[in-house]
Design a protein around this ligand. Structure first.
Ligand code: AMP
Ligand code: GLY
Length: 427
């Protein structure tokens, strides 16, 4: 069968890698793709905002399943347009993608169905929000309602910071995303990423992961899309996973169905594990990046039949198998990221670095120009390793990085530190 993958990041390279190991996928296409994906798939430039051009491509190339990597095309309703034309897609409809597209929507769903999350209020007017700030306790969290590329959240430690954050939103810093805001309670605990593939009714739990959002070692510096991840997240004990399914994921699926907007695709819950148990920080309606890379490194069964079953509403018949060994991924980014950075530098040594069968290198911002791999983005490579422990996987990944010759790049040296500390305590 033909598969069309939409996206260009490390997440999409990992997905293309999973598809390429599957006999079912005769043709893999990716738009726009990157230098690594181009080794596994036919990369092409489609305008994904023009839904009919995607439909036409699928019809002309016998594409039976479209897999949407990033959130924007989902929130824009690409899945609705494909399904209306009889083309299967993995991912939620526009209405269901509100779980990521509108924080107020998700908060209201949590209230209606008793899903544990931070206490909150939604505001459409700055003056009312300013009044609220006079009496709330600090720190407090201010969020633009809509998609803001991960930049719409401010943790305000005092009244002045909170007032500034509210003003920024209503002054249009995030465009339409900030015309409505959520102000919520600051949660204390350890964060974890939880994933479930859903078919509107049932959910298949995937392994957990933990991301590292800050740019620099010691969890300092500006927020990024994620500088590294590992799976599983030790904080997600059997009990915490069970509670997350029972208290968060299943009530969400039931609530969405009852409200007439069943959710299909990957439900990615950003959790805070508090002293009261798991609480939902936010939903994403797609795989995490770089979390997807560590999940795929551990995946031992085929992903395509599961994605088809999600689209068809028949997930209850499916199983997934994962390697028991942990996986880690270290992001190599262009110096300057998440701010301004230079493009076009050459990366050497990738083949040598990937020789160990436990190492997978997933590309993000790269292109292949006449056989040379050039950096073209902020996050550029994901050096991914499996190991008996997180510490061992981490050592392999950093040893592979030593073989990569790319002076214009940087990476965090402490990815996995929480799990490594825990492993030290138990040995
Ligand atoms: P979000 O985009 O909603 O995931 O928020 C980005 C980051 O802000 C999260 O990964 C958390 O580290 C932090 N954050 C968001 N909401 C809260 C909250 N209510 N309490 C504490 N930290 C939060
Ligand atoms: N790594 C976090 C995300 O994909 O949203």
């Amino acid at each position: 069968m033909g598969v069309l993958l939409i996206g260009s990041g490390g997440r999409e390279h990992a997905l293309a890698y999973a598809f390429s190991r599957n006999q079912m996928a005769s043709d893999i296409f990716c738009t726009p793709g990157n230098g690594g994906i181009a080794e596994l798939a036919t990369c092409l430039d489609l305008d994904v905002n023009d839904h009919m051009s995607v439909v036409d491509f699928c019809r002309n190339n016998s594409v039976e399943l479209v897999v949407v990597g990033p959130e924007l095309p989902l929130v824009d309703g690409l899945v609705d347009s494909l399904e209306a034309q009889g083309i299967k897609a993995f991912g939620p409809t526009k209405a269901a993608a509100q779980l990521e597209g509108s924080k107020a929507f998700t908060k209201q769903l949590c209230s209606k169905y008793n899903i544990p999350t931070a206490d909150y209020e939604v505001f459409d007017e700055a003056d009312v929000a300013y009044c609220y700030l006079n009496d709330c306790s600090y720190p407090v969290v201010i969020k633009a309602d809509g998609l803001a590329a991960g930049k719409g959240v401010v943790i305000a430690h005092d009244h002045a910071q909170a007032q500034q954050a509210v003003q920024d939103c209503f002054d249009g810093r995030f465009g339409d995303a900030g015309t409505s805001i959520v102000i919520e309670e600051y949660l204390v605990g350890e964060e974890a990423s939880f994933f479930a593939i859903c078919d509107g009714e049932s959910a298949m739990e995937l392994p957990t992961a933990q991301d590292h959002k800050c740019a620099f070692d010691g969890d300092v510096g500006p927020n990024t899309g994620g500088m590294g991840a590992y799976s599983p997240a030790p904080v997600m004990s059997y009990e915490m996973r069970q509670r997350t399914m029972d208290e968060i994921i299943m009530p969400t699926l039931k609530g969405m169905k009852a409200d007439g907007i069943p959710f299909k695709g990957v439900l990615f819950a950003g959790l805070m594990i508090t002293s009261d148990g798991p609480k939902l920080i936010e939903y994403n309606v797609r795989f995490g990046d770089p979390e997807c890379q560590v999940l795929i490194a551990r995946l031992r069964s085929d992903l395509l039949p599961v994605m088809l079953a999600s689209s068809d509403g028949k997930l209850d018949r499916m199983v997934n198998q994962f390697d028991d060994r942990p996986a880690i991924t270290i992001v190599m980014a262009s110096k300057g990221y998440p701010g301004a950075y230079e493009s076009g530098s050459e990366i050497k040594g990738l083949e040598e670095a990937a020789k160990d069968p436990d190492i997978m290198i997933f590309h993000a911002g790269t292109k292949n120009e006449d056989g040379r791999i050039l950096a073209t983005g902020g996050r550029v490579l994901n050096i991914t390793a499996l190991g008996k422990t997180v510490s061992k996987a981490r050592d392999k990944a950093y040893a592979a990085i030593e073989k990569i010759d790319w002076p214009q790049g940087f990476y965090r040296k402490d990815i996995g530190w929480r799990a490594v500390e825990r492993e030290k305590e138990t040995t």
